[in-house]
Design a protein around this ligand. Structure first.
Ligand SMILES: [Zn+2]
Ligand SMILES: [Zn+2]
Length: 104
């Protein structure tokens, strides 16, 4: 059974991701990649897509950074807040890296 907050191995960079302290983590704090497993609400696990969700952009709202993720497989777009141990300094680079995949 899958709980809301547990460790996992990142499918993209292979890092072992410990569970987040306060929030349910859904993306890798190193490469910001997640899987398209949720449909309408986070952790509903209702999507059968299982495509790679990659960061497309980010924005500031109410003092927290939110990242806009896009699914490479179906184009589903999803905003998610950052976790405290996300490597925000690397985010710009990661977004640039995925840009050419998204535009295609
Ligand atoms: Zn990763
Ligand atoms: Zn998808």
């Amino acid at each position: 059974m899958i709980t809301n907050n547990q460790w996992f191995v990142c499918i993209s960079c292979g890092n072992i991701i410990p569970k987040a302290e306060k929030t349910s983590r859904n993306h890798c704090p190193h490469c910001f990649v997640s899987l398209h497993v949720d449909d309408l609400t986070p952790w509903d696990r209702a999507s059968s897509c299982k495509g790679l969700m990659v960061p497309q952009s980010y924005f500031l709202t109410h003092g927290t950074i939110k990242i806009t993720f896009v699914c490479l497989q179906c184009g589903h777009i999803h905003n998610n807040k950052t976790a405290s141990d996300d490597q925000i300094v690397a985010l710009d680079q990661v977004i640039q890296k995925w840009k050419k995949h998204i535009d295609q």
